[in-house]
Design a protein around this ligand. Structure first.
Ligand code: IPE
Ligand code: IPE
Ligand code: MG
Length: 251
């Protein structure tokens, strides 16, 4: 870890990562796309360790989107096998670091060979408090929002909630991320400037850092550089810069 850790108030509590560019990393080298995914999976633990070491409290990794089912079946199957391999390989280490493990997205649609170990890992780590690792699997922000809206509608019909009184928190509490702080920083690798249906509502005021690095080349150093970039940003939440910096000396 050669990048210094920003001072605590300039450190994000929750970081989300859109891990992109495995396919291009592979094709640049004349390798099959799955080889890019394999190399990307190998790097994953390094970034988790870096997040813990820097003092970040929560990391959400976008591993498979609800739209990624549109890819060739062979690639989808290969991704799930890699997911299961990574989980088996690192679970012990993560539990030693007191990591609480959870998922967002519809994992009921995942094959059993990955769904069962995932559910076991979530159950086994539920009392850990050291670090929150969230894997977004078969996740889509719009799908999550529709599900929450359906719950709100059902509660309204059942008379449990008055539609006129609905606030943002009522919706947020029905999202799969309920209980987690909103992401402060979203990192996207591979240079694409889009969110691709990742935490759209939760990221309303997140800082976004886009790096040209492909995910298989993104490690502890690059994660530290993203934290440094975040530390330079001024978050305003609709206010003016002067309101955000009330201690600035006026002449
Ligand atoms: C990210 O890499 C992995 C997943 C989306 C599952 P890609 O496979 O999207 O790589 P590119 O964008 O084609 O390079
Ligand atoms: C987003 O990457 C999904 C994940 C990283 C899991 P994609 O590669 O699927 O996104 P698009 O299609 O380029 O927007
Ligand atoms: Mg991609």
């Amino acid at each position: 870890m050669t990048q210094p850790t920003p001072e605590p108030k300039r450190l994000p509590v929750h970081v989300g990562i859109i891990m992109d560019g495995n396919g291009r990393w592979a094709s640049q080298r004349g390798l099959p796309r799955l080889e890019g995914h394999r190399r990307g999976a190998e790097r994953l633990i390094e970034v988790v360790d870096a997040a813990i070491d820097h003092g970040v409290r929560c990391l959400t990794l976008f591993a498979f989107s609800a739209e990624n089912w549109k890819r060739p079946a062979e690639e989808v199957g290969g991704l799930f096998k890699l997911g299961e391999w990574v989980l088996r390989l690192h679970l012990h280490r993560l539990s030693k670091r007191h990591v609480r493990f959870s998922t967002i997205g519809d994992i009921t649609a995942m094959p059993e060979f990955i769904r069962i170990p995932l559910e076991e890992a979530v159950a086994a780590s539920k009392d850990n408090t050291g670090f929150e690792l969230v894997i977004a699997l078969n996740y889509g922000s719009r799908q999550e929002t529709v599900k929450a809206a359906k719950q709100l509608a059902a509660d309204a019909v059942a008379g449990k909630i008055n539609p006129d009184a609905i606030q943002w928190d009522d919706l947020a509490n029905r999202l799969e991320t309920h209980g987690l702080p909103d992401p402060d920083l979203i990192i996207r690798t591979s240079g694409e400037s889009r969110l691709s249906n990742f935490l759209l509502l939760q990221a309303a005021y997140a800082e976004i850092v886009i790096t040209p690095t492909y995910w298989p080349d993104f490690g502890a150093e690059a994660f530290g550089a993203a934290l440094q970039e975040y530390a330079k940003r001024e978050r305003r939440y609709g206010m003016t810069g002067e309101q955000i910096r009330p201690t600035t000396q006026q002449s």
